[in-house]
Each structure stands twice: as structure tokens, then as C-alpha cells.
Design a protein around this ligand. Sequence first.
Ligand code: ZN
Length: 124
Amino acid sequence: MQTTSPTKLATLIRADGQRFASLKRQIVQLDYFCKGTLLQRRMKCGHKQCACHRDPAKRHGPYFECTYKVHNKTVNLRLHPAVTPLYRAAIQQSRKLKSLLGRMERLSRQALAHLAQQRLLGRH
Ligand SMILES: [Zn+2]
């Protein structure tokens, strides 16, 4: 670990704290989240005479499915078009949460290193 002056260290520690507080505020603002992906599907209907059975381009839809895992089992949730935006937003929130947690973890490692350095400096 390289040595830093106590004043510089105090400035870094203050900056770490401010950045961490800002990330925490962003976590608090999150809305319902759902880990998963949206799949777009086009389906064949039950009528054998329908064009969808001959031509893949004439299949019905698109219909959306939300896919996620619960206890290692994949869940496919068929979504009505009216509720698709709800799940699209929740998936976005989940990605944001994951990114925020990653940033908080990296920042925490850095902040802990700064605090450790400060504590060791105080021992001299
Ligand atoms: Zn059809």
C-alpha cells in the first residue's frame, strides 16, 4: 500500500463517504424490480387453416414473456401487451440495482483501504 499524507487521506475518506451516500440515495429511489429477461415470441394459433401455420412471418404477436429463475427453476411468465411495460421497467430497475451494488462494493473496498491506512498512520 503506498503512503499518503494524513491530509490527503482525510480528503479521500470524505470523498468516499460522499460517493457512498450518493449511491445509497439511488438505491432508495429504486422501484419494484424483477431479475429476468423479456422474450419476444410469435405464435401459431389453434386454427390449422390460418396463414400462421404455413408462413412464419404471419404468426401472431409479438407476445412477450418474462423469464426469470426462482430456486434454480426457470419461470416463463406470459405477459399481456398491456402489462409488458410494467415488467420491462422492473427488469430495468433490477439491472440498475445490480450495477449500483457492484459500484458500492468496489467503493467499499477502496474506502476500507483508505480507513485502514488512516488507522495505521495514527499508530506512529
Ligand atoms: Zn393463426
